[in-house]
Design a protein around this ligand. Structure first.
Ligand code: ADP
Ligand code: MG
Length: 254
């Protein structure tokens, strides 16, 4: 199962990605959590050790390295625990969670993220997964990097949306683009919902079937983001598991 999380900057992609990674890992999936958004580290929000994250190499370099180590057989396309032993520097492991970072640093003089895009497309399009494996990618808004062929490899594109006109507009663009690229399943997650008025606003802009779930605005998430010791934000965990179960129902077998 391959899930991509997209939406405007700041809407909560990384927060929700981390929640879903933990949900799937708890359900027994081997989850490849991919940070493809250069903004904020998914690894940090997942609570992975900072020293390991700092030493972690980006997966843009991985393809060449695996090709060398496996005599060019392209084991990248079946990333799995056997191959992972070759890839210690690239994967920060924590239980069932295998965290990889894309590393979107433009090369000097280069005007595009060409290598990043080709690795991203390989992850989405050609990575073979076993039944109990899942890939979850925190994408950033830029799904235009996916090509038509590989976007079909995304089983579910989640578009995180705040109750604001601007966020709805971005989400509609992403929704349209995803459909155009051939992603069969595109769903909206409403986030930072404070009241019924805001919930209604979302349901006025998207069809009921398009919205896979909503998550309330939660002060505890902000406190946690500041690094304060707070009890686990229970309502977030609850909303995430409602959405997670919906996801498993829709694409759990893939
Ligand atoms: N449901 C929520 N309630 C309150 N704050 C939230 C919620 N979801 C996310 N946030 C906060 O909003 C900010 C942006 O979230 P983040 O996940 O980094 O967004 P993105 O990855 O889309 O840029 C962070 O400070 C995060 O803690
Ligand atoms: Mg982010």
């Amino acid at each position: 199962m391959k899930i991509a999380v997209s939406g405007k900057g700041g809407v909560g992609k990384t927060t929700i990605s981390a929640g879903l990674v933990e949900f799937l890992a708890d359900k027994g999936y081997h989850v490849y959590a991919v940070d493809a958004d250069p903004d904020v580290s998914l690894g940090t929000v997942l609570g992975l050790p900072e020293e390991e994250l700092a030493a972690q190499q980006p997966i843009v370099d991985m393809r060449e390295i695996i090709a060398n180590k496996t005599g060019g057989k392209g084991a990248f396309f079946s990333l799995n625990p056997d191959v992972e032993d070759l890839l210690d520097e690239y994967i920060v492991k924590h239980g069932n969670i295998h965290f990889l970072k894309m590393g979107a640093v433009k090369q000097g003089g280069s005007s595009c993220y060409c290598r990043e895009n080709s690795v991203l497309n390989a992850m989405v399009g050609s990575l073979f997964l076993k039944r109990n494996e899942a890939v979850l990618m925190d994408m950033g808004a830029g799904i235009e990097h996916l090509t038509r062929g590989t976007a079909k490899g995304v089983d579910l594109m989640l578009v995180v949306t705040e109750p604001s006109k601007v966020s709805v507009q971005t989400s509609k663009v992403v929704q349209g683009l995803a459909a155009e690229l051939g992603v069969s399943n595109v769903k909206i997650i409403g986030n930072k919902i404070r009241n019924d008025k805001e919930k209604e606003f979302l349901y006025n802009h998207f069809s009921k079937e398009d919205i896979i779930g909503v998550i309330e605005f939660n002060e505890a998430i902000l406190d946690k983001a500041m690094g304060l010791e707070v009890p686990e934000p229970k309502t977030l965990n609850h909303s995430i598991s409602v959405i997670g179960n919906q996801i498993l129902e829709r694409v759990g077998e893939k």
